[in-house]
Design a protein around this ligand. Sequence first.
Ligand SMILES: Cc1cc2nc3c(=O)[nH]c(=O)nc-3n(C[C@H](O)[C@H](O)[C@H](O)COP(=O)(O)O)c2cc1C
Length: 357
Amino acid sequence: MPNLFDPITLGNVTFANRLWISPMCQYQAVNGVVGEWHHAHIGALATGGAGAIVMEATGVVPEGRISIACPGLWNQEQVEALKPIVAFAHSQGVKMGIQLAHAGRKASTMQPWADHKIATEEEGGWEAVSASPLTFHGLSQPRELTVDEIGELVAAFGQAAARAVSAGFDFVELHAAHGYLMHQFLSPLSNLRSDSYGGDFAGRTRFIKEVVGSIRANVPAGFPLTVRISATDWAENGWDIEQSVALAKELKALGVDLIDVSSGGTVHDAKIPIGPAYQTPFAERIKNEVGIAVSTVGYIETPQLAQSIVAEGKADVVMIARAALRNPRFPLLAATELEANVTWPKPIALGKPRPTK
Ligand SMILES: Cc1cc2nc3c(=O)[nH]c(=O)nc-3n(C[C@H](O)[C@H](O)[C@H](O)COP(=O)(O)O)c2cc1C
């Protein structure tokens, strides 16, 4: 079994290690364009020793953003703004991914720290759309997408993937988790459609499969594609691990390289047994039953826990989010603690902890 700081190859890309930064919304873009905040934020993470950074949920169309301050990849200005951030990460030997997203019925919000949640039209908000006109807790009523609009979104995901390639990204992640649009189609709790995009498993998974096909058709051969799913809604009659395993099999056949296994997001008050590595059993099951690479995420906050997950073959990659917000150099310290061989960037090497033995 490999160790946490051993390399991993997906498609044509080899990542220096298996401790990656999970996507995290920053709510700092203007008209979907990233700026100084992202230079500093991604810059700090890029000097922190991770094998890869997955940039946050990024709208493939303006209405696909979660908030009015989320980034987008629907125009060239957005591509140009991302290029130097990606180039800096590359200068540090870090691979860069970007999470392509559509928020669906969870879209058109203010920044989470604003005094109210839903953005009005004057504030830059828009009409939310979804698989079905079902409102998510406290958000606005979405409009049901027409079949033509679904087709346009399938194309938009492909075009955004092509822009990600031109911005220099090494891979893309499709966001199909956390109750956002792709997941809204997957879950029987949020998809009540009676046309070919709803109903049985084949209908509810049709949209994501078309999107994966569209992305694959717009990136070079060997360009890694990962998909983040919620393995379960943690709710009766919802999306569950059995359906996730079945979906992962089909995604593997469509050329997806890794399933990034998260959970939840469809039901606002679902009872979730949160604790260290609580989502890892789902990743392990998908890895074993599908034979595809998986990443795991969720309360993995010590180097020892991350190392044991990889060394015991439960997941191929460990993603960290909040631990890296607290300390963007978490992977460097983890490697030092695990006595793994990583090179600290020269300007910060004097910060390396003194050996205890
Ligand atoms: C500030 C913040 C923003 C997040 N934004 C995203 C996002 O854009 N896309 C996503 O898939 N998950 C997002 N997440 C979820 C994380 O990627 C991660 O799955 C979750 O925080 C659990 O990992 P952790 O216990 O290491 O924090 C976000 C989490 C935080 C704390």
